[in-house]
Design a binder for this molecule. Structure first.
Ligand code: CS2
Length: 484
């Protein structure tokens, strides 16, 4: 029997509130496993603790798969949390319903424009925004941005949906919702604000001015390692709940959310769920991006090409694990101190999380979209390393491992797909080139920020490592690096 009602599941797995007593106050764009394991789970705890009309309408942007899984289940799904301490599960009821905006954005727009909606949150991945990071605006060449600038009343992309919904609210005399970016981008609220203001300016300068003056875009740091759900996830959910659950998700026990507390129309009592509210998220964000995500990207590229399918396999390989530790230590040394945070303890905790034997997190999944991830995870640390006299070797190794992945060479592995929104451009710069040629090509792209692109000594190190990665098995290069 398909999961459709809380009455079907064992009492111990039910949330401590009656979902029907709570209206929708949040529209969430990007209905992936991460949202279900993170913001929706924390909102569920906040609803149980203090109530309020804070349930979520989930919007999947491109594929209807997520909404088709959740809609027949009245938004219910099983969250399975796994750690060395054991497994915990519960059914989450914070998502009231789910729709897909591809093809017909009207239901999503109507919900975003509704007076009852006070927050629009997003987990759409880095590549979906269409940001021009250098200009702090939008990229009019991005396919969704270009399409939405041409037909703004039928938007498909993130900037188009936000802008059209805000336009409708302004026209109706309603205050704007708070926009809550939950993707792994530095100063994510500031970046998204710049992109929306710029996008709107290209259509309607008065609307753009109103957005700039009235809309809150708090920044956030989000953290929970959540692999894509599999058949095994669904089978486990069925065993736990006694119901078929196509929307089940599994994740680690650890969960962190640091949020800038700027919500003019209010927010759920997320502090009841352990959420940290602060005036300045950027230091937390830099720590998480450079340490967790930076080492994740390094281990994904190096690990995938050394035959490690999952992050836990990487950690079981002593030389690779040593490089993960080196990366964490180096990244920590580039950060300003954060009051109350011990980066050594944070690094140790990350190593334990990566080792988690109960989580099957694919290196190939983390390896995706490298061109959108490398700037904030790796490149941004290099100027700080230079300034602080910190060795950039770990960053050169990570960059070489990414370029080795980009190269598409198969001397030490089976053919694989390069999944990256800039795949064609990256493949063109790598085609037929040796390490020096690939590095020279990358430095021209604008992906590494200018001070990094100009750092000859850094690129010499990258070239030397990459040359070996292109001619030797990755495992040998890793062993040599770990033995240095
Ligand atoms: C990972 C992140 O896929 C990736 O690029 O580095 O999804 C990572 O698991 C999360 O940011 C953890 O919070």
């Amino acid at each position: 029997m398909r999961l459709t009602s809380l009455d079907q599941v064992p009492a111990a797995l039910r949330p401590g509130y009656a979902p029907a007593d709570h209206g929708v106050g949040i529209v969430h764009l990007g209905l992936g496993a991460f949202h279900k394991a993170h913001q929706a789970a924390l909102t569920d705890l906040a609803l149980a603790a203090t109530g309020g009309d804070w349930r979520i309408l989930g919007v999947s942007l491109r594929s209807p798969k997520a909404s088709e899984e959740l809609h027949p289940q009245t938004g219910l799904y099983t969250l399975i949390e796994k750690g060395t301490e054991g497994t915990q599960a519960r059914v989450i009821a914070s998502i009231a319903d789910a729709v897909c905006s591809a093809g017909d954005p009207e239901p999503a727009l109507a919900a975003m424009a509704a007076e009852t909606t006070r927050i629009v949150s997003l987990t759409v991945t880095e590549k979906a925004y269409g940001l021009d990071r250098a200009a702090q605006g939008c990229d009019p060449q991005h396919p969704a941005v270009a399409a939405d600038l041409a037909t703004p009343d039928a938007p498909q992309g993130v900037l188009g949906l936000l802008t059209e919904a805000l336009r409708r609210r302004r026209a109706a005399g309603l205050p704007p919702f708070t926009v809550l970016c939950c993707d792994n981008l530095p100063d994510n609220g500031v970046l998204l604000r710049g992109a929306v203001v710029d996008f709107a300016r290209r259509l309607d300068p008065a609307l753009s001015d109103w957005i700039a003056a009235e809309v809150a875009f708090p920044s956030t740091m989000v953290d929970r390692i959540t692999p894509a759900a599999t058949e095994a996830t669904r089978a486990e959910a069925a065993a736990l709940t006694g119901c078929e659950d196509l929307a089940a998700v599994e994740t680690e026990r650890f969960c962190q959310w640091v949020v800038e507390d700027h919500f003019p129309l209010g927010r759920p009592a997320w502090e009841a769920a352990g959420v940290i509210f602060t005036d300045d998220v950027s230091a937390f964000e830099a720590m998480k991006l450079r340490m967790l995500n930076g080492s994740h990207s390094m281990l994904a590229y190096a690990g995938f090409h050394a035959g490690a399918t999952y992050v836990r396999d990487v950690m079981a390989d002593a030389p690779l694990a040593a490089l993960v530790r080196r990366h964490l230590t180096t990244a920590a040394a580039t950060l300003p101190p954060i009051a109350g945070i011990d980066t050594t303890a944070y690094a140790e905790a990350l190593l334990r999380r990566f080792e988690n034997p109960a989580i099957a997190h694919e290196t190939f999944q983390i390896a995706m979209d490298g061109s959108e991830k490398m700037p904030q995870r790796i490149f941004s640390a290099i100027p700080d390393a230079r300034q602080g006299g910190v060795s950039v070797r770990a960053f050169a190794f990570a960059t070489a491992a990414w370029l080795r992945h980009v190269s598409g060479r198969t001397h030490d592995c089976a053919p694989y797909e390069l999944r990256d929104p800039n795949a064609a451009r990256l493949q063109a710069l790598a085609a037929g080139q040796d390490a020096s040629g690939i590095v020279a090509g990358l430095r021209e792209t604008g992906l590494p920020p200018k001070p990094v692109a100009r750092d000859d000594a850094f690129w010499d190190e990258v070239t030397e490592i990459l040359a070996r990665m292109l001619s030797q098995p990755m495992a040998e290069v890793i062993a040599a690096e770990a033995a240095r």
